[in-house]
Design a protein around this ligand. Structure first.
Ligand code: ZN
Ligand code: ZN
Length: 352
């Protein structure tokens, strides 16, 4: 927390200043510290924000009364939070800037400011096994990158952008109108401050071209449908030195013929013969990594489950794995031979 300055001091007015004096003083400061006139100047930015906050409070009789009586704390107590940023200021005081700068939003976004590249989304379908065990794969995507033949300048070879003759590179043209000077976006360079006489043929002067790119993607074991993998800096390239965006890979996992997943546990059914069910025995069950012997006790019914600890899917964040749950299905033999049938009939007699 920094200690807040006095709003009257910031605007340089007396405590009993009239609304008109407050507005006049604010306009003067806003003109001086306007971000379009001080690009990249942090100090000016701060001054501009401070003055705007002071003006917002002192131009509102209700807020001004609270401030006069209780100071900054009073405003905080009354729920006043100030501005979150420039856009907030401009949308609040559009009218004030309207007559100072000659356009309603009060600001033209400089087109040569550093801009982060866009994030990209890629939808990837993977097999159940790749999700369970992890995998490395390559994905191909189309994205815009800086044009290689002009390195993003947009100019044909041997040509450089020329400083705009109309605005001398400022991107704004200023006209004096009585007491105020009015700035507007330069119509010749559309605010860029420079013009390209012969554009690069590769990118038509845009400075970017679309290319196919292959990205190596490591899929961690344990992902599931809906998992989102973020690849930092693999999105589109930023402009004017801005950082690249990120690539988000959205995972969709295909179904498996044998295994079903619930959380990090996997489920499968294994058939056992009615002899194995009655007498007990052992069967081989498929697991994620191979096969595993499972002991079947005597008198096992359909639907009995056996849990193989730690044979499930690895926890994506953290240690260990889920379990594998095996459910028995007792099968009834068909196409009995004559001899088998005799034995079964005998068995039936013995069972009463
Ligand atoms: Zn180019
Ligand atoms: Zn210009």
């Amino acid at each position: 927390m920094t200690i807040k300055s006095d709003y009257y001091e910031i605007l340089g007015v007396e405590r009993n200043a009239s609304d008109e004096e407050i507005k006049r003083s604010y306009r003067k400061l806003a003109m001086q510290y306007h971000p379009d006139r001080n690009p990249g100047n942090r100090e000016a930015e701060e001054m501009f924000k401070e003055a705007s906050e002071a003006y917002e409070v002192l131009s509102d009789q209700g807020k001004r009364d609270i401030y006069n009586r209780y100071g900054h704390d009073g405003l905080t107590g009354a729920g006043y939070r100030g501005f979150s940023g420039f856009d907030d200021i401009f949308s609040s005081f559009g009218d004030v800037f309207g007559d100072i700068f000659g356009f309603s939003t009060g600001r033209s976004r400089s087109r040569t400011a550093a801009q982060a590249g866009a994030d990209l989304r890629y939808d990837l379908r993977i097999s159940f096994m790749d999700a369970a065990l992890g995998a490395t794969t390559e994905i191909s995507l189309q994205k815009y990158v800086l044009c290689t033949s002009c390195r993003g300048s947009g100019c044909a070879a041997g040509i450089s952008p020329e400083v705009c003759s109309r605005c001398q590179g400022r991107g704004q043209v200023t006209q004096s109108s009585g007491f105020f000077s009015i700035s507007t976006t330069c119509p010749q360079c559309r605010g860029q401050g420079q013009v390209i006489k012969t554009p690069c043929r590769e990118c038509s002067g845009g400075g970017k071209i679309k290319v196919a790119k292959t990205v190596q993607l490591k899929i961690p074991a344990g992902v599931e449908t809906g998992s989102r993998l973020r690849m930092r800096g693999e999105g589109e390239e930023g402009e004017y030195g801005g950082p690249s965006g990120d690539l988000y890979v959205f995972i969709e996992v295909k179904r498996h013929d044998v295994f079903e997943r619930e959380g990090n546990d996997i489920y499968c059914r294994i058939p056992i013969t009615f002899i194995q069910a009655a007498l007990g025995g052992s069967v081989e069950a498929p697991t994620l990594t191979g096969r595993e012997k499972v002991k079947i006790p005597r008198g096992t019914q359909t639907g009995r489950t056996f849990r193989l600890k730690g044979k499930g899917i690895p926890h994506l964040r953290g240690y260990g794995c889920g379990d594998q749950v095996i459910e028995t299905v007792v099968t009834v033999p068909t196409n009995l031979s004559r001899r088998q049938e005799e034995l079964l009939k005998e068995f039936e007699k013995l069972s009463g």
